[in-house]
Design a protein around this ligand. Structure first.
Ligand SMILES: [Zn+2]
Length: 364
């Protein structure tokens, strides 16, 4: 199915030759509606309720950065602002953005088309389901077959009747600890759709710690190719290079995609998130990631590393004091070069590896 797409990259404006794709951010959000899992309960203190309803401003930005919830922070809906922010990436030499806003997260094919036209950037759109708060209300009774059909339709026919096709399956929200039945269904459906369409899968986490090996096992059980699987948000595992090497040995990609992100977790241990130990303003993980990458290269995996920023809140935008869509190109890759990573290896992480992931392969 979709034979004409094989060997091509599927963007919101149609098929593109892989050679036409340059430096690419593999996990970003241009548009997102991302507040549902943060919504306050009935018993929230009045002060928290007040903050929730405020616009994000300089006065309350420090609270948002400290993970106090401001609803407005979790909505990227302004097209003109998006274009302005993406221009920083364009001016840094960027070519392509993968918008992994998946079903239920405010995915907007027509708006992505307009932004692509306005900026000249290639934009690749996501598919599949994010984490449980964004699942459809009848997810419990949905079958793997039904879920698979939806993803296959999005990548082969188009999203929501728009005829704009998804170019990647993701972000597929799998938090684990433990894996739920619905998460496993979502993994199986993504794997089947990947096998049937030759489209890559991009996981949000893909489980916690060693659960990722279990998730990879489920993808394998469904007959999908692990060379088409990306483990996103791997920054939290940068302190555990041996786990990353186990995942790489299976053929998967390791994606460090919360680089530079204001408000990203500080600790190397994913569960520190729950202890409050990492409730800091600024990620310190970038150094851990930068030091892990030469080790992964040394072990022979320079063809399996991907980089991005995961802009998903207003506070990540430059307009709100964040580092935006251009941090990897402006700050992070120069630091990698300083650590001895070669230009050719940086080119692989920015351009050649994304091309390989995004280029549709023949169905299996
Ligand atoms: Zn994301």
């Amino acid at each position: 199915m979709n034979k004409e797409a094989v060997g091509k990259i599927v963007t919101v404006l149609g098929l593109v030759e892989p050679e036409a794709v340059g430096p690419t951010m593999m996990h970003e959000h241009i548009f997102i509606d991302f507040w549902r899992d943060k919504a306050l309960g009935f018993n929230a203190p009045v002060t928290d309720v007040d903050l929730w309803d405020q616009k994000l401003t300089l006065e309350n930005l420090h609270l948002a950065r400290d993970r106090k919830h401001v609803k407005d922070n979790y909505m990227l809906t302004d097209e003109n602002r998006g274009i302005k922010e993406l221009n920083y990436f364009l001016n840094a030499g960027g070519s392509t953005v993968v918008d992994v806003t998946s079903i239920g997260l405010g995915r907007d094919p027509k708006a992505l088309q307009r932004v692509s036209l306005a900026t000249g950037l290639n934009i690749v759109m996501g598919a599949g389901w994010y984490q449980k708060f964004y699942h459809p209300s009848d997810m419990d009774t949905k079958t793997v077959e039904e879920l698979t059909e939806v993803i296959v339709a999005d990548v082969t026919e188009g999203v929501d009747g728009s005829k704009v096709r998804s170019g990647i399956i993701g972000e597929v929200g799998i938090n684990g600890a433990p894996l739920t039945d619905n998460e496993v269904k979502s993994v199986r459906a993504s794997a089947r759709a990947s096998r049937q369409t030759g489209t890559a899968i991009s996981f949000h986490n893909g489980g916690t710690g060693r659960e990722k090996l279990e998730v990879a096992g489920i993808v394998g059980e469904e007959g999908a190719d692990l060379n088409r699987v990306v483990f996103g948000h791997s920054n939290t595992n940068a302190g555990d290079v041996s786990l990353l090497l186990e995942l790489l040995d299976l053929g998967t990609y390791i994606q460090f995609d919360t680089l530079g992100r204001v408000g990203a977790p500080m600790a190397r241990y994913p569960n520190a998130h729950d202890t409050g130990a990492n409730r800091m303003f600024q990620s310190a993980n970038d150094v851990l990631v930068a030091e892990a990458i030469p080790q992964l290269i040394e072990a022979g995996f320079e063809d399996r590393i991907l980089l991005s920023q995961d802009v998903c809140m207003k506070m990540h935008l430059k307009a709100y004091g964040g580092t935006g869509y251009s941090y990897v190109m402006e700050k992070f890759t120069p630091y990698l070069r300083y650590l001895g990573v070669t230009d050719a290896q940086v080119d692989k992480m920015l351009t050649y590896n994304p091309r390989r992931v995004l280029t549709r392969v023949a169905p299996m």
